[in-house]
Design a protein around this ligand. Structure first.
Ligand SMILES: [Zn+2]
Length: 414
């Protein structure tokens, strides 16, 4: 690394390729996990939109090579657009929201405004249901930012006087929910909030501390009122100043990552991410983990991952909002290299722990089409498969004997 810092081009290039390798390895692990989680969901919650995610929408699936990168990605498959229950869709949606949050945060700081990053937590117990915990934090946030104490009193000219919003020059808030699960204390949903002020707060003049204390007090009251539990005044709410390259606080890039993280493992604590629960359930067959995964999917259904972006979007000229639906089904540029018969694809999906689809994509990346054929064939030895070269269009991986099945839009049984 020292040589790279001195600008030795060979070392710089090798460091860059090492980074690329690491990134590729992480992407592959995530892709595999996404397919494993999809098949778990298909087993536990069949006929839901989550279970249908990744199924062919036509008679065959197209597999693209993304921009000459050697990375293979399927197209013409269904997407469920869940930012919670599907790792594949969640990763895309969260990346999109992360970019948007990054954009408004940087623009706001560049314009001389300030941003504070707040985290709200509360004491929870193993017996608490996730639905109850989630309601506590989301309804809690709505309650915190309503009423004259927050907004001030409306004057005849339409302006507001008093209230926290005026006192700290708050122009908007983005809030996101993160959920983890601990063995001892159970579900742990918490709120992350980016608070946008017309001027930065500072720990030096005490404004940051006052600001934190104000939220902390209100939050403790809410938790006492709804759950009857006490929060220590130093806990419950954490506040840090967000900065760009200059100034004291947390970096913007770290913040947007914190807000909409989609990592498989939570390296910081003993708590598991929901993805980890699902992967553990598949790995060990643990019934409690399976129940927990189902509970998580049901409780987060139709819940917002992020709110508050719309107001700031207007201020900072973000392009029109991209819905979860659009973000999840964004087609990446690439060239279709191979097609896979829909029946082969559907059957390959069912092999829970092996994630045959992910293995087949990886096999194409290392050994080309024959590698992919082998990966599918090994998963279904009772059904001979072949590669059919076609005059028009890329080659097709399909069953050798096509006669017994009626081709249908939904794909038949093998
Ligand atoms: Zn999905």
């Amino acid at each position: 690394m020292a040589m790279a810092a001195l600008g030795n081009p060979a070392d710089t290039a090798s460091a860059a390729s090492e980074n690329r390798e690491l990134r590729r390895a992480r992407q592959k692990a995530r892709r595999k996990a996404a397919w494993i989680i999809r098949s778990l969901t298909e087993t536990l919650m069949p006929r839901t939109r989550w279970a249908d995610c990744g199924n062919p929408v036509g008679a065959h699936v197209e597999v693209k090579e993304l921009n000459e990168t050697g990375v293979m990605q399927p197209a013409k498959i269904a997407t469920c657009a869940s930012p919670w229950a599907c790792l594949s869709c969640a990763a895309k949606i969260r990346a999109q929201r992360g970019m948007e949050i990054d954009h408004v945060t940087k623009a706001h700081l560049a314009a001389g405004g300030g941003v504070t990053f707040l985290t709200f937590t509360f004491p929870h117990e193993l017996r608490d249901s996730l639905e109850k915990c989630l309601d506590t934090v989301t309804a809690g946030w709505r309650s915190l930012v309503s009423g004259a104490v927050y907004a001030g009193v409306k004057q005849e000219d339409g302006t507001y006087v008093g209230g926290a919003r005026g006192r700290w020059g708050i122009v908007g808030n983005i809030r996101a929910v993160e959920i983890t699960d601990g063995l001892t204390f159970g579900w742990h949903p918490h709120l992350h909030v980016l608070c946008f002020h017309d001027q930065p707060l500072s720990p030096e003049d005490g404004s940051l501390q006052e600001f934190r204390a104000w939220w902390s007090n209100r939050w403790a009251n809410w938790i006492k009122r709804t759950l009857g539990r006490d929060i220590h005044s130093e806990r419950g709410v954490d506040a840090v100043v967000v900065r760009d390259r200059a100034g004291i606080g947390e970096y913007v890039s770290k913040i947007h990552f914190e807000l909409v993280r989609a990592d498989l493992k939570d390296g910081r604590r003993k708590n598991r991410t929901p993805w980890q629960i699902a992967l553990d359930a598949v790995e060990t067959g643990d019934k409690r983990d399976m129940a927990r995964w189902v509970e998580y999917c049901e409780a987060t259904k139709r819940k917002w991952l992020v709110t508050g972006l719309a107001a700031l979007r207007k201020l900072y000229g973000l392009p029109p909002e991209m819905t979860d639906e659009d973000a999840a089904s964004q087609a990446q540029q690439g060239t279709v290299r191979v097609c896979v018969d829909g029946r082969v694809w559907r059957r390959a999906r069912r092999y829970n722990r092996r994630a045959v689809i992910a293995d087949a994509l990886a096999a194409y990346e290392t050994d080309g089409i024959n590698g992919m054929l082998r990966a599918f064939q090994e998963a279904m030895p009772d059904q001979a498969l072949r590669v059919r070269r076609r005059w028009l269009g890329p080659p097709m991986i399909e069953p050798v004997d096509d006669r017994p099945w009626q081709r249908s839009r939904r794909g038949g049984e093998l």
